[in-house]
Design a protein around this ligand. Structure first.
Ligand SMILES: *[C@@H]1O[C@H](CO)[C@@H](O)[C@H](O)[C@H]1NC(C)=O
Ligand SMILES: *[C@@H]1O[C@H](CO)[C@@H](O)[C@H](O)[C@H]1NC(C)=O
Ligand SMILES: *[C@@H]1O[C@H](CO)[C@@H](O)[C@H](O)[C@H]1NC(C)=O
Ligand SMILES: *[C@@H]1O[C@H](CO)[C@@H](O)[C@H](O)[C@H]1NC(C)=O
Ligand SMILES: *[C@@H]1O[C@H](CO)[C@@H](O)[C@H](O)[C@H]1NC(C)=O
Ligand SMILES: *[C@@H]1O[C@H](CO)[C@@H](O)[C@H](O)[C@H]1NC(C)=O
Ligand SMILES: *[C@@H]1O[C@H](CO)[C@@H](O)[C@H](O)[C@H]1NC(C)=O
Length: 456
């Protein structure tokens, strides 16, 4: 019954015409053209027996975070409907909204984070992985967060890109939002622009759908957008990404330790690294898995790879986030189908077992005991830059017994100049199907990563 009423509301809302990305900022008190107004949501809340909270921007331009957090933590925490009409909310303090229960958030406004780097570094909260931190913990059960294609999270990232100067994993540089213990929930039609670091991470979460999500982090200075991953999953199960449009400078979407049943459909990725499976095995002696990943109908423009699997070496050297290694485990049942590539910067398919962010990458590639097996790419077509010479490059670790059962089917990739790519480089590859390994000699450390900085 409850589920039915929520569904009815969602259907009613989806039926409304949506505005485009270039819609003008709504004026105070009036919703963007074509969107429901405050009365619509007030009535919906009433008919569903929900508390109703409207959060308006502070009229003097003060910090809006306390009012937003208050609505999500108190009055509308349980069985609530929260409306954020906008236009702009200034976010000057961190938020922790972790215990929502059956809440609908309708956001038309733009949340704009302030640019005080030292303040944010002093308050950013640990994500519990790789020294990553965040400025918003967001969690709960049965939460629907709908941005109607206009609701925006704007991390004001340019100041962070200029501050980091292209250096990776700067301590306490925060990601925008950490979905944390979020279950049975839907995040949709939201825009995430100019994230401070990673756009978001999903940790300790289960059964979450993220639909029609727009991510864009670009730099207008000489400094790049390293570490602006679109989304990373960690310790999470059954997460579905649909219709994502990501433009960034690092992993488009990344699966990290203990990610299972993750899928991506109907999405477009630009400029970043492509889909990352890993990195894995960074924590000495710890075991982790990535299982059952499925992606279908993905288009990649100017990314490094279509997908890349990466583990650290078997010997631990240094500590996370930038050093590490020695972890064990497996990545299995990784399948991508119906993939279009457009001017990729490197080999469409890539795996290696000697990741390192502090300059040693590409060495000690045979010591990892992390197993990569049952990986398939099917129906892949398009182009790579003229200086790319292999379709696939797989540096599988001898200590793991190599990679097992990789498959390629219906692959038609050419250089931009028209010549067909046919070469596959493999070390320690067993049971490969649909392609032949044709490296002449076993080579190490030749994969030049300097044009494609690794992510966190
Ligand atoms: C990572 O976090 C640990 C524990 O908080 C800290 O000792 C270490 O300095 C951090 N390392 C970096 C590179 O931030
Ligand atoms: C994955 O789960 C194992 C226990 O099954 C745990 O030891 C490990 O720390 C987890 N990995 C991550 C990245 O949280
Ligand atoms: C993945 O999904 C299947 C089917 O729903 C489920 O049986 C399995 O437990 C899930 N895997 C993990 C690691 O949660
Ligand atoms: C594939 O994804 C694109 C969006 O990237 C979408 O427009 C198209 O309809 C999808 N194709 C199929 C067959 O679903
Ligand atoms: C990572 O690179 C650093 C610096 O070059 C090096 O000292 C360390 O041994 C490397 N670690 C691994 C696991 O290769
Ligand atoms: C394309 O470029 C490669 C060098 O990367 C060259 O060997 C090949 O002949 C070129 N093909 C055409 C059709 O120009
Ligand atoms: C690696 O790439 C850099 C920058 O593109 C280039 O300067 C260097 O010569 C390359 N090294 C190799 C071994 O190809």
């Amino acid at each position: 019954m409850l589920a039915l009423t929520i569904l009815a509301l969602l259907q009613a809302a989806s039926a409304l015409p949506s505005t485009s990305d270039c819609a003008v900022e709504p004026r105070r008190g009036s919703p963007p053209a074509g969107l429901p107004d405050e009365n619509f949501f007030r009535n919906a809340a009433q008919s569903q027996g929900r508390s109703f909270c409207v959060v308006r921007p502070n009229s003097k331009g003060g910090d809006d975070a306390p009012a937003i957090a208050d609505a999500l933590n108190r009055k509308c925490r349980s069985r609530g409907l929260v409306f954020l009409p906008g236009p702009v909310y200034n976010i000057r303090t961190p938020m922790a909204t972790l215990n929502m229960d059956d809440v609908v958030i309708n956001q038309f406004g733009r949340l704009l984070w302030s640019t005080d780097i030292e303040y944010w570094r002093s308050v950013s909260m640990p994500v519990g992985f790789q020294n990553q931190s965040t400025v918003w913990y967001f969690g709960g059960d049965r939460v629907t967060w709908d941005g109607y294609h206009v609701g925006t999270l704007d991390g004001n990232g340019q100041v962070w890109y200029d501050w980091a100067k292209g250096k990776g994993n700067m301590p306490r540089r925060p990601m925008n939002v950490n979905f944390r213990k979020l279950t049975n929930s839907v995040v949709k039609r939201l825009r995430f622009v100019q994230s401070q670091m990673w756009t978001m991470a999903i940790t300790h979460s289960k059964h979450v759908e993220l639909d029609d999500i727009y991510v864009k982090s670009t730099s207008n200075s000489r400094w790049n957008t390293l570490n602006t991953d679109g989304c990373d999953t960690v310790n999470s199960d059954s997460i579905t990404f649909r219709r994502w449009d990501v433009t960034n400078g690092d992993d488009s979407i990344a699966l990290k330790g203990n990610s299972s049943n993750i899928s991506i459909y109907d999405s477009v990725f630009r400029d970043g690294q492509g889909v990352a499976i890993g990195s894995m095995g960074q924590y000495d002696g710890r075991s982790e898995y990535i299982t059952n990943f499925y992606a279908r109908n993905i288009t990649l423009h100017n990314t490094a790879h279509a997908s890349y699997l990466k583990t650290w070496a078997g010997h631990s050297r240094g500590f996370p986030p930038n050093g590490g290694g020695g972890g064990v485990g497996h990545a299995s049942n990784i399948v991508m189908e119906d993939i279009k590539v457009d001017r990729l910067r490197r080999q469409p398919f890539f795996a290696w077992q000697c990741e390192n962010y502090s300059g040693f990458s590409g060495q000690d590639c045979d010591s990892s005991k992390f197993k990569l097996n049952n990986v398939a790419w099917r129906h892949v077509s398009g182009t790579v830059n003229d200086d790319v010479n292999e379709v696939g490059w797989f540096q599988c670790s001898a200590a793991a017994g190599g990679c097992d059962d990789f498959e390629a089917a219906d692959i038609a990739v050419t250089k931009v100049n028209g010549s067909r790519l046919t070469r596959w480089h493999c070390d320690n590859m067993h049971g490969n199907k649909g392609f032949q390994c044709d490296n002449v000699a076993k080579t190490r450390g030749v994969a030049n990563r300097s044009d494609s900085p690794p992510d966190a």
